[in-house]
Design a protein around this ligand. Structure first.
Ligand code: GLC
Length: 475
């Protein structure tokens, strides 16, 4: 089976969040299971490392219609870890200075990219059985397929899968873009119309053969207005083609027994290195070393990640006896709060503003506990990475957090969960974690269970393959 994975970011070429991790690891797992899976993404010239640039070879070039314009597209190719990556080049759209998203013309940039994906397929004549497009940036791939390519004799067998990694970002724009920028004929506007606007994600939900999301619980949650950011009405009528598969993690990239970024390597059978990682992390964070439990957090600092809860009871957490190491950036409200907290508790709190991949791994390895009290969480990868490094997650039972963390009980469970989005319920879970930490025997057994939990892609890759096969058998 030939699969083309269309994404706006993928490891190791460009990453801003969890989508890049999934796009960098699921295709690898599909290849391992015997599929022919390639990744297609924009060529962000300023983001791709020189080392990877050296691996790219030029394949072809052509022009892509964008409204009344015709825009250059160069196709470059590289094989990394057994997966073929196609990078689509256009300096006007993708040679930008400040990151990969957030520009005034993002609608046009990703409309161009989505159309270029289908043009690449057509020009290379290498026709996939499935195109799996991800998130709003690629949501126009199934829409353009439907409008322009499905009657093409070489391409009519292609099936479209659309995967939602986060429903909060939908690609909502005014109708003035319809023909001029998005090349969608007026008589087909209903495909992308939602609540009086253009909504890219709604378009994909409408026309894709299957809609998937990144955990079974989230697939159910997004039918509810509390989670759906308005798209529940679109999804409720398409339940027959919607499902959720839990993401896996890249177990080569996140492996405490080989990881070069951490102070000492360790594994379930040989845990001693974890203590060395804790000491090294405390030293790096400028915190004194003692027996206090160390709580780690790595997150984008936005409300829905649970920062309003943390802010409400942060002093209680510290006063419970924890040391806290935080890495992240986001809303200034939270960045300022943690900068201040660090000044108030210089011996107990460390805050690094930004995202430093090596430090992230040192926190996964060196912390005892990892806090993730999200209001909603499509899947979440940090809790799975924490488990692999023997760091016990404290999570709100929502989305993928609910599907991946079993609450602690006698001789069972891998973490501490709470149900209601409430600061004191979170505090109660943190207190339970603290009590368990004080019982070395129970804690040791919990860490062993956590490290043994399997979140490799093996299981979920099989679920994706099952879904692809089901589609390929439909005439
Ligand atoms: C998004 C979601 C996150 C998920 C990731 C990968 O970033 O917010 O929960 O783990 O995509 O699917």
């Amino acid at each position: 089976m030939k699969i083309l994975f269309a994404t706006s970011e993928a490891q190791p070429f460009a990453a801003s969040g969890g989508l890049a991790d999934v796009a960098g690891s699921l295709p690898k797992a599909l290849v391992k299971e015997g599929c022919d899976c390639s990744v297609i993404m924009p060529y962000y010239i300023k983001t791709v490392s020189d080392e990877l640039k050296a691996k790219l070879t030029f394949v072809t070039e052509f022009y892509v219609p964008v409204g009344w314009r015709s825009q250059y597209c160069g196709v470059f190719k590289a094989v990394v870890s057994g997966v073929t990556y196609y990078l689509l080049d256009n300096h006007y759209y993708f040679n930008r200075d400040f990151g990969i998203y957030g520009y005034y013309d993002d609608a046009e940039r990703f409309a161009f990219f989505s159309r270029a994906v289908l043009e690449t397929v057509q020009r290379l004549g290498d026709i996939p059985d499935i195109i799996n497009s991800n998130d709003w940036q690629c949501a126009l791939v199934p829409v353009y397929y439907n409008i322009y390519y499905r009657f093409h004799h070489d391409m009519r067998s292609i099936k479209n899968v659309f995967t939602i990694h986060n429903i909060q970002y939908q690609g909502q724009y005014g109708f003035e873009l319809l023909e001029d920028v998005l090349s969608i004929p007026r008589h087909m506007s209903r495909l992308v119309e939602y609540d009086g606007n253009i909504n890219f994600m709604k378009g994909a939900i409408e026309v894709a053969d299957k809609v998937t999301t990144v955990s079974p619980t989230y697939a159910g949650e997004i039918l509810d207005p509390w989670f759906s950011h308005g798209l529940d009405r679109a999804l409720n009528t398409k339940q027959f083609k919607t499902c959720g598969f839990l993401n896996g993690i890249d177990t080569d990239m996140y492996n405490p027994s080989t990881d070069k970024a951490i102070a000492a390597n360790f594994s379930v059978g040989k845990k001693a290195g974890k203590a060395a990682c804790k000491s090294a992390l405390l030293e790096k964070a400028g915190l004194p070393e003692d027996d206090a439990p160390l709580l780690g957090m790595i997150s984008r600092m936005v409300e829905h990640k649970g920062f309003d809860l943390i802010k409400a009871v942060f002093d209680d957490i510290v006063n419970m006896g924890f040391k806290v190491v935080i890495l992240g950036s986001g809303d200034s409200e939270y960045e300022e709060f943690f900068t201040e907290a660090k000044a108030r508790f210089p011996e107990r709190v460390s805050f690094t503003c930004g995202y430093i991949p090596a430090l992230a791994k040192q926190i996964y390895a060196g912390a005892d506990l990892f806090l993730m009290p999200s209001k909603s969480e499509p899947c979440g990868l940090a809790q799975m990475i924490s488990l692999r490094y023997g760091t016990i997650p404290i999570v709100r039972a929502t989305g993928g957090l609910k599907d991946s963390i079993v609450d602690y009980g006698e001789d069972m469970g891998t973490g501490f969960t709470f149900q209601t989005y409430n600061a004191h319920d979170m505090l109660e879970a943190i207190q339970r974690a603290c009590d368990c930490y004080d019982d070395p025997k129970a804690w040791g057994a919990l860490v062993t269970r956590a490290m043994k939990a399997d979140f490799s892609w093996k299981q979920s890759a099989k679920l994706y393959i099952g879904l692809y096969e089901e589609l390929c058998n439909i005439e």
